[in-house]
Design a protein around this ligand. Structure first.
Ligand code: SF4
Ligand code: SF4
Length: 477
């Protein structure tokens, strides 16, 4: 007789408005459950092992056949199996080639501001900034294409320091890259994140004419923004930044412009920040980045503050749902991203594209996993002159994607979180290979919340995904 076993590592039940949803963990898919599904799962979860006959005995009359059919569904999803250890969903990733689609260029280590929480280990005042040479930028782009020649489109991201502090290089790269890609029948997208202080009308129009994807680092209304985002002389930058942002948003038409908010100690007012940036200033989207592992402890959110942040994000998430049910988007990036992951059923082996589809190039041509590692003490993965250190980079990716004996192996959000950001791990544990174990419970709670919102939205307003989520993909999100 065959014995079956419930496999809790593959199923997660979430209550949504009095109904139950089944989150199929291996595929990140959601199914609506009915009373029979729930009864069969309850039965299976309550047994050490059971046979088909045991299941049938637990149900009366015509329910027997239906229960047996639900068991077959759960067997096909590996939510119930014959008791053998679960197959690894995916073996650790072995790569030889790096399908680069994005290259991040650190055009200047210098920044014209001196934000108190800045994590950049290589950051310098403008006069000491180390600038990338044009040849290094060209070699970086050529390397991307040589590594992955068959794409239609590629991305070049300018990073710093403050990228606008090296506009001569950015203009030179764009003027070179556009025809260079076009001659090869390919497209190129440019993007950058800026503190906005160096924007002029002429520059905004130039960026607009090249369809740059723009994100502005801004932390909310004056009282909050000025806490940390300061000039080298220590003065708050809100007034200058807000004036530039108003000018930018009034002129920029090629793509939506987003704001990126850094949440540090004492800055947990999610609604107030979103309201100001979205409704007073007019950003298309507002995204929040909580800092838990910065170099300087004093700026890290403590446990209580982090809880407040997630509560604030959930509260804004409820507003997101209310408006979305009416077909409107409130431009809350974190929620959009979660909706997008669930909508596309993304099952991630890795947390992001760093080191696989994306590499960052330091001002001197050294290769890093992503922009956050440029200038760090972590070993580099080659240079644009000598190429990628394939063995080392492949080894890193393989090791990070191996979930054996890690808490992630059975975690219910393992295919969304995938162990978390490498830099977060590096900053928190000095080990980018270690998963970001320091806020797993909050992440799991956030994803459960997202499942609740998603389930209501996809049922009542599926058009929202077509109108507001799908276009983000076209914008490179
Ligand atoms: S880091 Fe934590 S939340 Fe993320 S997959 Fe691993 S165990 Fe789950
Ligand atoms: S490692 Fe972290 S910071 Fe770098 S790209 Fe990935 S998620 Fe972003």
């Amino acid at each position: 007789m065959k014995y079956f076993k419930f496999q809790p590592a593959n199923a997660h039940r979430v209550a949504v408005e009095g109904e139950e949803m089944l989150f199929h963990i291996p595929t990140t898919s959601l199914f609506a459950m009915d009373a029979m599904d729930a009864a069969v799962l309850d039965f299976a979860a309550g047994q050490d092992g059971f046979s088909r006959e045991d299941l049938e005995r637990a149900f009366d009359g015509s329910a027997k056949a239906e229960a047996a059919q639900r068991l077959d569904n759960f067997l096909s999803l590996d939510i119930v199996n014959d008791g053998r250890p679960l197959k690894p969903e995916r073996p650790p990733i072995e790569i030889e080639n790096f399908p680069l689609t994005t290259i991040v260029l650190n055009v200047n280590t210098g920044c014209n501001l001196a934000c108190s929480y800045c994590y950049k280990e290589d950051l310098a005042v403008p006069s000491k900034g180390q600038k990338m040479a044009f040849e290094t930028a060209v070699k970086s782009v050529e390397m991307m294409l040589a590594e992955n020649p068959d794409r239609d489109d590629y991305n070049v991201v300018f990073f710093g320091g403050e990228p606008l502090s090296n506009m001569p290089l950015i203009r030179q790269v764009v003027d070179w890259a556009e025809p260079w890609f076009a001659e090869r029948g390919k497209g190129v997208n440019f993007s950058l994140t800026t503190n906005a202080t160096l924007l002029t009308e002429e520059l905004v129009d130039w960026l607009d004419s090249h369809r740059f994807g723009l994100t502005v680092s801004m932390d909310g209304p004056k009282t909050l923004h000025d806490l940390n985002r300061k000039t080298v002389g220590g003065k708050g930058t809100y007034d200058a930044v807000a004036a530039k942002v108003r000018m930018l948003l009034a002129r920029y038409s090629s793509r939506p412009v987003g704001a990126r908010v850094t949440l540090t100690a004492g800055v947990t007012q999610i609604y107030e920040i979103w309201d100001h940036l979205k409704n007073d200033l007019g950003f298309a989207e507002v995204g929040f980045s909580p800092v838990t592992s910065g170099e300087m402890d004093a700026f890290n959110l403590n446990g209580e503050e982090l809880l407040e942040v997630f509560e604030g994000m959930k509260s804004l998430g409820r507003l997101y749902l209310t408006e979305a049910l009416e077909g409107r988007s409130i431009g809350f990036s974190n929620m959009h991203q979660l909706m997008q992951d669930l909508y596309e059923g993304r099952s991630k082996a890795l947390p992001c594209g760093a080191g696989v589809g994306m590499l960052a190039v330091n001002h001197d041509g050294a290769l890093n996993l992503c922009h956050r590692f440029t200038g760090s003490e972590m070993d580099e993965f080659g240079t644009v002159d000598d190429g990628i250190k394939r063995k080392e980079l492949a080894g890193f990716i393989k090791s990070r994607s191996d979930r054996t004996e890690k808490g992630c192996a059975t975690c219910r959000i393992r295919n969304l979180c995938a162990g978390g950001c490498y830099h977060e791990s590096y900053a928190h544990f000095s080990d980018p290979l270690k998963p970001t174990y320091h806020y797993c419970d909050l992440m799991r709670d956030w994803v459960d919340f997202g499942i609740e919102i998603y389930s209501q939205l996809i049922t009542a307003q599926p058009q929202f995904f077509h109108n507001h989520i799908a276009p983000r993909r076209a914008n490179g999100k």
